[in-house]
Write a protein that binds this ligand. Structure first.
Ligand SMILES: CC(C)(COP(=O)(O)OP(=O)(O)OC[C@H]1O[C@@H](n2cnc3c(N)ncnc32)[C@H](O)[C@@H]1OP(=O)(O)O)[C@@H](O)C(=O)NCCC(=O)NCCSC(=O)CCC(=O)O
Length: 547
């Protein structure tokens, strides 16, 4: 018997004794993804440091994609923001930058996200509600007024009409004297998760995938520093998935995009370095930190072994994280500040490249300026005061975290195998497989809360007799009418002949299967609207009725 074994035996017998007087709180401890949590973790001799973890900045990137990580540069502090008109959102952007935010992230309103102008009957009641209303290049010019696009990187949460908003960004850059090759940022452009979880799709899967690969090809030539897609698990998790499902379905979608790009004739090492990812961060701190580490390792192996990518940049999973909107409670909203802190810390421990921290009032409304500032300060306190950014991957080597990382990797790989057998992510989405898995997980989680098996502080325990009602942000009721007037004025004042010609050329490119991007850029410069451009493609590609 080695010393180690005898220590282990002794510990086990003490545990048995203690449990008789102090039984453990539960029969079985488990993570949100139902991985069993043991009482204690000890070294796993089968794990190889070099092969399974490796050094930061080296394959398989378990410990992070940069050799020095946050010792050289903190993650980008990128708060998702946008409401009302372009002018109001521009003010909020400039306020956040002044407060020390280091990147921008645009929230668009629903009509923009599904390709309708503010004066379309489909837009009624929704203009400027969940994000900023953008109809024409003129709105986009106001949105980025006095914000130098050669200095700040911008993320845009836009999917079905991603090509249109990207074209507008290019045009605004040019007006500021910034060339497309200097632009940095990200478009979400992830249509598969829209079908699965988020809902802002327009066209059927096939032409949607083609629009995405058109963007890849165009950016490769013209915007080499722009991230062409943000393959998103965030919304999959928001819809109720487990952490394992979040990673599995996101990576399955990532594989589908890589396959589509290769099929469109692109070289993996040309487009893969600009694929980006986007994940959620929930409260189970260790599972979340391990999730990010596992996701990086899985993606690196897929790109290197399955796709034979040779450029190390193609192996690196770079990702943004947002704290979990669905974990916030309307009750006792200040408790949310604590949840967000835990979640943000897990994202930083997991090596995120960019982070959004939710505001305490987001279960109730769009954030007020005060709430948005506290959320940003939360990141700044983690960065500047906690010391967690001073060494790379501080959780690496924790017996528990490494075991969880392995466990998540195994479960994700099982899902990936299953999805592959179904014919890949596009097929699995069309068959409703992922949607069903997510619904089941969401149902189970809800049942655990209703039966008080899972406690949410302030919601099903530790309640107050009287609820707290904070001041909330209200969107100006006059906004919709003003925006409609603005857009109609632009339509009247533009060179109609030029706008018509551009839309005609776009239609032709769509039909002849030529890259639509250059024509969309021309169309936005001629002040064609988001709705007009989206409608040309609707007419040629058709609309998707849903699964
Ligand atoms: C890749 C990421 C994840 C992050 O890009 P960033 O530009 O912020 O950061 P980055 O790439 O890590 O860093 C910028 C540059 O600095 C370099 N760099 C960074 N750290 C370094 C280090 N330690 N050593 C050397 N170089 C380093 C990087 O390589 C890069 O240069 P090179 O590029 O030259 O290598 C991008 O895609 C991104 O910003 N995504 C944000 C997505 C987002 O905000 N989504 C909001 C969704 S909101 C949403 O959907 C809400 C819900 C809803 O509406 O439904």
């Amino acid at each position: 018997m080695t010393d180690n074994q005898s220590g282990n035996e002794k510990w086990k017998s003490e545990v048995d004794k203690i449990k008789q007087r102090f039984p453990e709180r539960k029969e079985r401890f488990n993570t949100s993804s139902d991985l069993t949590v043991q009482g204690l973790y000890t070294p796993d001799q089968s794990r190889s440091y070099e092969k399974d973890l490796g050094y930061p900045g080296q394959f398989p990137y378990t410990r992070g994609i940069q050799p020095t990580m946050y010792r050289s540069r903190y993650w980008t502090m990128r708060q998702y923001a946008g409401f009302g008109s372009a002018g109001e959102t521009n003010e909020r952007f400039r306020y956040l930058l002044k407060q020390g935010q280091t990147g921008l992230s645009v929230a668009f309103d629903l009509p923009t996200q599904i390709g309708y102008d503010s004066d379309d009957p489909m837009a009624e009641g929704e203009v400027g509600k969940v994000g900023v209303a953008i109809d024409t290049l003129e709105d986009m010019e106001v949105l980025f007024d006095r914000i130098p696009l050669n200095e700040v990187s911008t993320s845009m949460t836009i999917n079905a009409p991603a090509s249109i908003l990207l074209a507008m960004y290019i045009a605004v850059g040019e007006k500021q004297g910034v060339k497309p090759e200097q632009l940095t940022g990200t478009i979400q452009n992830d249509i598969l998760k829209e079908y699965i979880a988020r809902g802002t799709y327009i066209y059927p899967p096939k032409p949607s995938m083609r629009l995405i690969t058109d963007i890849f090809a165009y950016c490769q030539e013209n915007l080499p520093k722009f991230n062409t897609i943000s393959i998103s698990g965030y919304h999959i998790r928001e819809a109720g998935s487990t952490a394992v499902q979040e990673v599995a379905f996101t990576i399955a979608n990532g594989i589908a995009y890589v396959d589509a790009a290769i099929e469109a004739g692109l070289e993996v090492d040309q487009f893969a370095p600009r694929l980006a990812f986007f994940f959620n961060a929930h409260n189970q701190f260790f599972e979340e930190a391990a999730k990010f580490r596992a996701a990086r390792r899985i993606w690196a192996k897929i790109m290197k072994d399955q796709y034979q990518a040779e450029n190390p940049k193609s192996w690196k999973m770079r990702f943004h994280t947002q704290t979990g909107g669905s974990t916030l409670t309307a009750q006792q909203p200040d408790n949310n500040i604590v949840r967000v802190t835990l979640q943000a810390l897990a994202a930083v421990m997991g090596g995120t490249q960019s982070l959004h921290t939710n505001s305490r009032d987001e279960a109730l409304a769009l954030p007020t300026e005060d709430s948005a500032r506290i959320a940003l300060r939360t990141q700044q306190i983690i960065a500047q005061e906690s010391g967690v950014a001073d060494t790379v991957d501080p959780l690496g080597g924790s017996y528990y975290v490494e075991a969880l990382t392995d466990g998540i990797e195994n479960e994700v790989n099982e899902y990936l195998e299953r999805i592959k057998k179904m014919g890949g992510a596009v097929q699995a989405v069309e068959d409703g497989y992922m949607q069903r898995e997510i619904h089941q997980a969401a149902y189970d989680a809800q049942k655990r809360i209703e039966s008080n098996e899972d406690i949410v502080v302030g919601l099903n325990d530790y309640k107050l007799d009287e609820e707290i009602h904070p001041d909330l942000l209200r969107v100006d009721e006059q906004l919709e009418a003003n925006q409609v007037e603005r857009t109609q004025k632009v339509r009247k004042s533009r060179d109609q002949n030029e706008a018509d010609k551009c839309l005609k050329r776009l239609r032709q490119a769509a039909v002849e299967n030529n890259n639509v991007m250059p024509h969309i850029v021309d169309a936005v410069k001629a002040y064609a609207t988001v709705g007009e451009i989206a409608n040309v493609l609707r007419e040629e590609f058709g609309e998707y009725a849903g699964m």
